[in-house]
Design a protein around this ligand. Structure first.
Ligand code: UDP
Length: 412
């Protein structure tokens, strides 16, 4: 059930809702199209779910389109994703053709919608080539990069750069991800919806029954990482850390994830994870459906500590979700996790499985710190990473671009 702005007043305060209405006054009727590559799974879909409906409530005409193609398309775009995160890859002619053909066909299908829109937000590399197949576009086109592109693999970035530089602006989640591009770049951190099924308050019985569903006792500490099965999320490193922890402390580990429809590597990584778990009954590997939001909410709430041991991370909504639920996070010392995890305040940043094991052990032996960090984390999210701040920055960006304010910079 989509929430209305009024529903958020209690959490973010009347004034923040009033600011949104004021900003949107000048954007009434603006046609806004968001394009990404999946409706479920992953952080982008999570954000678009609420962003579209709140933009509409504010009087804009927002819609959400999804690019989809054959397996070769996803293979290429996953290569882009990994290469933007620095992984060397070669881009063959067949891959380029598959990518461009899907973008061309999608542009043909959506031409009217895209070319007539006042603002088109193209998320990540998958639909980035749409712009060049929409020569009669009227509005402003913005490339929204959710990936840690701070050190992209140059040869692949060179190809993508040619697509991206034609946009009117781009958005990155952190200053260090920004690139040398001939247009204004905006820095906007993502956010969570505190009232969604993923983040709303839950009854303790629902939380308990989530653990029971998977045969997990709640008498021992529960450590959890929720993530797509992706090597950059380092699920194997989490298992290694857990095995080290268990030399001294008994606990359960939950590795819960699922596939995003635009991620062709998920199944392979899941198999690697199962192998690394080696049948250990205290390692619970859950392959969840894309709409298991309440279950994920319950598992996060049932956890003692949440892990997000990524080796590279655009932002890490799972971190925000966990902090909102008053859980300290032990996170990889990378990308957007650094914006959210502050040592000794909201959790710990770690670089190795050994580091993660050490911090888990420390926290489990200092319950008073668990509590302090939980409370600090929730407050930190409340002040920085809720959807109203995010929406406000989108509106400000649109107003800025419409009025032709070059180099207009939004900071968090
Ligand atoms: N998620 C989910 N089901 C899964 C795995 C992840 O709903 O099986 C959600 C997770 O709760 C979070 C988002 O997908 O809201 C992942 O966003 P994040 O920024 O952490 O990582 P991404 O997948 O975008 O790299």
């Amino acid at each position: 059930m989509p929430k209305s702005l009024l529903d958020y007043e209690e959490i973010v305060g009347k004034i923040n809702i009033s600011i949104l209405r004021q900003l949107a006054e000048n954007l009434k009727g603006a046609r806004v199209v968001h394009v990404n590559s999946t409706r479920v799974g992953g952080g982008v879909a999570e954000i678009l779910d609420w962003l579209i409906s709140l933009m509409n409530e504010l009087g804009l005409e927002a819609s959400w389109e999804v690019i989809s193609g054959p397996p070769e398309f996803y293979f290429t775009t996953k290569t882009f994703h990994n290469a933007l995160q620095g992984k060397p890859a070669s881009l063959t002619k067949t891959m380029v053709e598959a990518y461009e053909e899907t973008n061309r066909q999608t542009a043909d299908k959506l031409r009217g919608t895209l070319e007539d829109a006042d603002f088109v937000f193209v998320h990540d590399p998958q639909p980035a080539a749409l712009l060049e197949y929409c020569p009669n576009r009227k509005g402003k086109w913005i490339w929204r990069c959710h990936i840690d592109a701070s050190r992209p693999y140059r040869r692949v970035w060179k190809y993508l750069e040619e697509k991206v530089e034609k946009y009117d602006a781009s958005i990155f989640s952190m200053p260090s991800f920004a690139q040398r591009l001939p247009h204004p770049q905006f820095i906007i951190a993502p956010s969570i919806d505190p009232l969604s099924n993923k983040n709303c308050e839950l009854d303790p019985t629902e939380i308990r029954s989530a653990l029971e569903t998977y045969g997990i006792e709640n008498s021992k500490p529960v450590l959890t990482q929720i993530s797509r099965f992706d090597r950059f999320k380092d699920p194997i490193g989490v298992i290694q850390a857990f095995n080290m922890l268990r030399e001294t402390i008994d606990a359960d580990l939950i590795l819960a994830g699922g596939g995003a429809s635009d991620d062709p590597e998920g199944q392979m990584v899941l198999e690697e994870v199962l192998e690394a778990a080696n049948g250990d009954r205290q390692i619970h590997i859950l392959n969840l459906p894309g709409d298991a939001h309440r279950m994920i909410n319950a598992l996060q709430r049932a956890s003692t500590i949440v892990l997000q041991k990524s080796l590279q991370e655009g932002f890490g909504l799972t971190v925000t979700e966990a902090l909102w639920k008053e859980k300290p996070v032990i996170g990889g010392n990378v990308g957007g996790i650094r914006l959210q995890v502050h040592n000794h305040h909201t959790g710990f940043l770690v670089n190795t499985p050994e580091g993660a094991a050490l911090r888990m052990r420390y926290l489990l032996r200092h319950p008073e710190e668990l509590e302090y960090m939980g409370k600090t984390g929730k407050r930190f999210v409340q002040e920085n990473f809720l959807l109203t701040r995010h929406l406000r920055e989108y509106l400000t960006l649109m107003l800025g671009l419409r009025r032709g304010l070059a180099n207009y910079l939004i900071t968090e």
